[in-house]
Design a protein around this ligand. Sequence first.
Ligand SMILES: *[C@@H]1O[C@H](CO)[C@@H](O)[C@H](O)[C@H]1NC(C)=O
Ligand SMILES: *[C@@H]1O[C@H](CO)[C@@H](O)[C@H](O)[C@H]1NC(C)=O
Ligand SMILES: *[C@@H]1O[C@H](CO)[C@@H](O)[C@H](O)[C@H]1NC(C)=O
Ligand SMILES: *[C@@H]1O[C@H](CO)[C@@H](O)[C@H](O)[C@H]1NC(C)=O
Ligand SMILES: *[C@@H]1O[C@H](CO)[C@@H](O)[C@H](O)[C@H]1NC(C)=O
Ligand SMILES: *[C@@H]1O[C@H](CO)[C@@H](O)[C@H](O)[C@H]1NC(C)=O
Ligand SMILES: *[C@@H]1O[C@H](CO)[C@@H](O)[C@H](O)[C@H]1NC(C)=O
Ligand SMILES: *[C@@H]1O[C@H](CO)[C@@H](O)[C@H](O)[C@H]1NC(C)=O
Ligand SMILES: *[C@@H]1O[C@H](CO)[C@@H](O)[C@H](O)[C@H]1NC(C)=O
Length: 862
Amino acid sequence: MKKKLSSMASSFIFFFVLCFTLCLAGNVSYDSRSLIINGERNLLISAAIHYPRSVPAMWPELIKTAKEGGVDVIETYVFWNVHQPTSPSEYHFDGRFDLVKFVKIVQQAGMYLILRIGPFVAAEWNFGGIPVWLHYVNGTVFRTDNYNFKVENEYGYYEGDYGEGGKRYAAWAAQMAVSQNTGVPWIMCQQFDAPPSVINTCNSFYCDQFKPIFPDKPKIWTENWPGWFQTFGAPNPHRPAEDVAFSVARFFQKGGSVQNYYMYHGGTNFGRTAGGPFITTSYDYEAPIDEYGLPRLPKWGHLKELHKAIKLCEHVLLKSKPLNLSLGPSQEADVYADASGGCVAFLANIDDKNDKIVEFRNVSYHLPAWSVSILPDCKNVVYNTAKKSFSAAQGVTSQTALVEMVPDNLRPEKASKALKWEVFAEKAGVWQEPDFIKNGFVDHINTTKDTTDYLWYTTSMVVGENEEFLKKGSHPVLLIESKGHALHAFVNQELQGSASGNGTHPPFKFENPISLKAGKNEIALLSMTVGLQNAGSFYEWVGAGLTSVKIKGFNNDTIDLSSYNWTYKIGLQGEKLGIYKPDGVNSVNWAATSEPPKMQPLTWYKAILDPPAGNEPVGLDMLHMGKGIAWLNGEEIGRYWPRKSSVHEKCVKECDYRGKFMPDKCFTGCGQPTQRCFQRVDRVADPQILEILDPVDLKLFVNLKPIDSAQRPLYHVPRSWFKPSGNLLVIFEEKGGDPTKITFSRRKMSSICALIAEDYPLADRKALQEAGSKNSNNKAPVHLKCPQNTHLSAVKFASFGTPTGKCGSYSEGECHDPNSISVVEKACLNKSECTVELTEENFDKGLCPDFTRKLAVEAVCS
Ligand SMILES: *[C@@H]1O[C@H](CO)[C@@H](O)[C@H](O)[C@H]1NC(C)=O
Ligand SMILES: *[C@@H]1O[C@H](CO)[C@@H](O)[C@H](O)[C@H]1NC(C)=O
Ligand SMILES: *[C@@H]1O[C@H](CO)[C@@H](O)[C@H](O)[C@H]1NC(C)=O
Ligand SMILES: *[C@@H]1O[C@H](CO)[C@@H](O)[C@H](O)[C@H]1NC(C)=O
Ligand SMILES: *[C@@H]1O[C@H](CO)[C@@H](O)[C@H](O)[C@H]1NC(C)=O
Ligand SMILES: *[C@@H]1O[C@H](CO)[C@@H](O)[C@H](O)[C@H]1NC(C)=O
Ligand SMILES: *[C@@H]1O[C@H](CO)[C@@H](O)[C@H](O)[C@H]1NC(C)=O
Ligand SMILES: *[C@@H]1O[C@H](CO)[C@@H](O)[C@H](O)[C@H]1NC(C)=O
Ligand SMILES: *[C@@H]1O[C@H](CO)[C@@H](O)[C@H](O)[C@H]1NC(C)=O
């Protein structure tokens, strides 16, 4: 399973240099306990943010949000194929590819950087980050001891497949890296025979049991996957925040020193950068910062509190050796005590079902199932990984939020009244001159060399007048076999049907009745790639495209067209002329129509727009379109495809954080388009799309129905791509859709919420005090913080007492302090952040002593 998992797993990188931005001044070394930077030991929290998966305008805020989340280090791959896409003599380091600018922003934030140089990166990135042209440099074999190819990542599981060449190659890679004398240590991840000159590291959902090969190396976790990537046609995987926190706490409990979230901000696979096949344009990854750049609450906040708790322990953890003791059959403590009297304890309950009361140093502690409590003084719990909204003794208050995608109709340019769509029809088959004619089939990737997704395979056949099906009005059946990835079949310019493989099985068969006429018939088959293979052994040899074409239902049975002459055309005319770019858009005659054609295949649409109102991040809603590519002002938004997953997949209503996580443990969205967001239909008259950020809480939104209108496939369009006016939106639709239904949506944090509870009813306090409990009833405050540049403008709900419900749907319980709203307003109104103490000065002293009292707040920022 482990092997399978890793081959599915995200980025497998084998190799990366720890290049701290303090490089110039810094001296980075290590010993068995930790990295040592300028003589100081550190426990490091690292966050993967890939520069080409967002835009420069987002970078400062992403990095700031990571820093606020308690992150010390930003980690990124270097993506070779965006820097040299077409040939070795061409370089691109501008816009999203400006690595130097990205690194400087990290430096300015006072953070460290881990650079994973690749060039092979996997990373769910097209062709694993290697430019496709390298495959066609004579004599190149990837991932082995080959003169043209000496770069690697996450190689351990594949090395054996390459025999002796693999072994030599791994040794060479380490030797090459170390000989660069960069002054910082080198790491190989998932490398089981790493030489002593480099540090081997762990990539997994859990790495607490990981041990480096050599005892002088620190324990480093290069990829902790806080969610998972998605493939078109699959349901949506979720990893609960409690389990992510559990894995991190366990890692530091067991002597870990550097932990990196892969991803902390996943972002977007813009254009055709998605790997595959079939990886979605969204690379959200359910990461602590969402695709649009907003903190994902409560995940981001829950991990921030965890990082704070770990930092409280850092000094003692780095200065002492742990002593482990059993607290029960599945409960254990690790205690770190230093010479100066400092003491840190981690109490873990690995039982995946039952909570447990444990006794530690004569005090009882309640440990929820599958959780770790952190005690920076060996007495008081400052954090428990399973307690999200509720507080432990000292209180962990994680703010939650409601994020809505507010629909915003496409706005025509100020001058004109109605939005005007113009269209350009792409021909089915060869446009202008054919590229070549060949008997039989060529490999798709060998032919396009990935300069485009599209390759036309065309031929013609003559149908005799005496064919029975002509008389009966019946239909012969077209049978196609393809290595992948997708296909639209046209006969005489009419779309007959489509087919595609899936993420686990790219090859597919097409079988569809077709309309043929007597005489000559033009057969035009549009073969498509949907992201090239990005990982595995010998992955560069995986092909795509047609292998067999037959038609059955003739008088003489089946005709095999496979050995016919086929005429080939690479790409689309609109692509070739660059009609999606401002400087190419006028190279064809666009037809202006009052009503654009709907459900018409092979159609280019364009419109000139004003940007959506406000300054929130923007999504493009493509629910009513079929499949294709979208651009704004020449920037590639990416592939869109509202492809649905099977209703027969195993989806869950509730996501149980307890127990070992696997990507298929907690699926939602069965039977819905993979790339989509949820709609909430209860609230106001004007239906708004609301998405609760943490899917774990979805169950609590009783009104959140997976109804048809909820399936809104949204594609991120960075704000910075918009001009104040005159924006060119271009869509290429392959199989047919309704462009009049395309809308933008603004991603808005509509409410922020917090809920905190006391640990036990007031009435129990005395009894507990008499029993000598050191647990004092919770006095942790409620903390609210508005998104950047906004202030708390209204308190929608506040109740001290026994409120029920969740963010967006709180209601007062039987016990309610009527002053709650005014207390919160007084503390918070017009502030960007505020704190409300749960003190008896603020709230009714004697209120419902027999209940565990809570304070719930929902507020609006603007
Ligand atoms: C770097 O630090 C290590 C360990 O702290 C020390 O042994 C070494 O001399 C230092 N090197 C430089 C160039 O300062
Ligand atoms: C590629 O290399 C082989 C073996 O060295 C040689 O025979 C062949 O001609 C080369 N092909 C090209 C296109 O350079
Ligand atoms: C302590 O850790 C060691 C090494 O992992 C393990 O073998 C042992 O069982 C642990 N002891 C307890 C009491 O958990
Ligand atoms: C726990 O209680 C026992 C018995 O009362 C006592 O001997 C021991 O010192 C206590 N341990 C700690 C850590 O307080
Ligand atoms: C992918 O396609 C294969 C072959 O058609 C099929 O057996 C498999 O169930 C499909 N998997 C998914 C997740 O749809
Ligand atoms: C692509 O072309 C190369 C060189 O002609 C050939 O070796 C390889 O098998 C082809 N790939 C596929 C998938 O057909
Ligand atoms: C059917 O096949 C026979 C024998 O191969 C051939 O003589 C005949 O012309 C074919 N008929 C048609 C309609 O293609
Ligand atoms: C197939 O194409 C080749 C090369 O263009 C040509 O010589 C041949 O005549 C064609 N065959 C048929 C049956 O059209
Ligand atoms: C908040 O700001 C508004 C508008 O600036 C002002 O009218 C209101 O009095 C302020 N409220 C408080 C509590 O400061």
